[in-house]
Design a protein around this ligand. Structure first.
Ligand code: SF4
Length: 374
């Protein structure tokens, strides 16, 4: 399974917490899309023996694009790459872009999965985060989108100061009422250099409370698993047959190509990334040169990544794979390191697969770092 990621680096507004690469000025949209198409063509050889099964429009806000611009990108990929007949094609979209007409138009394209950046059903939280949409727009767009797409995922954010447990539960219930089949949910985190970090430093925004986030996480897991969702990755919940194929391939270490400024690519042992600057990206592609850096992952890096992603997913870490791919010494090291976590009930071992327990899930990243080979 191989995937293609496209980074569309434009947004209408800057959300206070966001540290992704994007610009709120659309003046370079046209040259950037030309450069993106050029990159798709230039890098076709990297995937000459691969078949593309998933395409993911991320960002930024890809729903800012016109339907014809989206179609042209997909057409170029089909022209230069081997793509299965019906790949999973996801478009990240914000509710304010998803008017009834836009949804109907999108439903006529090859896009077959919408990832809608809802974040909250409450206006108070949406305003605090500086989102571009209102709760009314969320409801209207979900009402229409669910009539035209059967594969919809939404993002919901928890751990927002002032969001009570009861309000958080209602957020999740609202999503369930619309029959959504996949939910990605992340705790509000403070990234350096964001407006949110600045507000907290100045004391104009409350400090993020980790215990509130932990309570919200428990509510999330309990409510969604009771509603028939599989908790297949720490932040991702899907009904059977509705897991994200694209993101699953990242977690299982499959190859992917990322196009657009700041996009990352991976080919088994090399990770590369494009410059996170629209003007530099466009200039470089105009000169037919790839604006990217890369790192070769050492065996140690590959082991650490496998542990990190494995513990976050339902598939866990295979002790047999660790021994085969990383050697017996690493396997002995791992078996020693996991003992305290098996004893305190945060990890479990079933048929040689190491997984986090319900109790350990929220702590998965911290546990993984204790198992790293440093
Ligand atoms: S819409 Fe998404 S990418 Fe754009 S600023 Fe908000 S969170 Fe960041």
């Amino acid at each position: 399974m191989s995937g293609i990621y496209l980074h569309i680096p434009f947004c209408k507004k800057a959300c206070h917490y966001c540290d992704f690469h994007f610009s709120t000025s659309l003046k370079n949209k046209e040259p950037l899309l030309k450069a993106l198409v050029q990159e798709i063509i230039l890098r076709a050889d990297e995937f000459k023996n691969k078949t593309v099964k998933t395409i993911y429009f991320g960002g930024g806000t890809p729903s800012i694009l016109d339907v014809d611009e989206i179609k042209n990108i997909i057409k170029t990929i089909r022209q230069y790459y081997k793509v299965i007949e019906i790949p999973e094609i996801t478009l990240e979209a914000n509710p304010d872009d998803l008017t009834d007409d836009k949804i109907k138009e999108l439903a006529q394209t090859e896009i077959n999965r919408l990832s809608i950046g809802v974040q909250s059903f409450g206006d108070k939280e949406l305003q605090m985060m500086n989102r571009a949409h209102s709760s009314e727009e969320v409801k209207q767009c979900l009402h229409t989108a669910t009539q035209y797409f059967n594969n919809i995922t939404i993002d919901l954010m928890y751990g927002i100061p002032g969001l009570s447990n009861e309000e958080w539960k209602q957020n999740i219930q609202q999503a369930l009422k619309f029959g959504i089949s996949h939910i990605s949910s992340y705790a509000l985190t403070v990234e350096e250099g964001t407006a949110l970090a600045d507000f907290i430093k100045k004391g104009t925004y409350p400090v993020i409370n980790e215990s509130l986030a932990a309570q919200h996480f428990d509510i999330l897991v309990n409510t969604l698993t009771q509603a028939g969702f599989d908790h297949y990755e720490i932040s991702n919940f899907g009904k059977p047959n509705f897991y994200s194929k694209h993101n699953t391939s990242y977690w299982l270490g499959k190859w992917y190509l990322g196009f657009g400024p700041s996009a990352h690519s991976f080919n088994g042992n090399i990770r590369s990334w494009n410059v996170a600057n629209n003007a530099k990206y466009i200039k470089s592609l105009l000169e037919n040169s790839l604006p990217s850096g890369q790192e070769i992952l050492t065996v140690k890096d590959q082991y650490n990544e496998y542990i990190m992603t494995g513990l976050r997913t339902i598939w866990g870490v295979s002790l047999e794979k660790v021994s085969q791919d990383f050697g017996i010494k690493t396997s002995i090291f791992l078996e020693k390191q996991i003992q305290p976590f098996l004893e305190n009930g945060t990890l479990m071992l079933k048929q040689n697969q190491l997984k986090t327990t319900q109790k350990g899930k929220f702590l998965a990243d911290g546990i993984a770092s204790e198992l790293f080979w440093v």
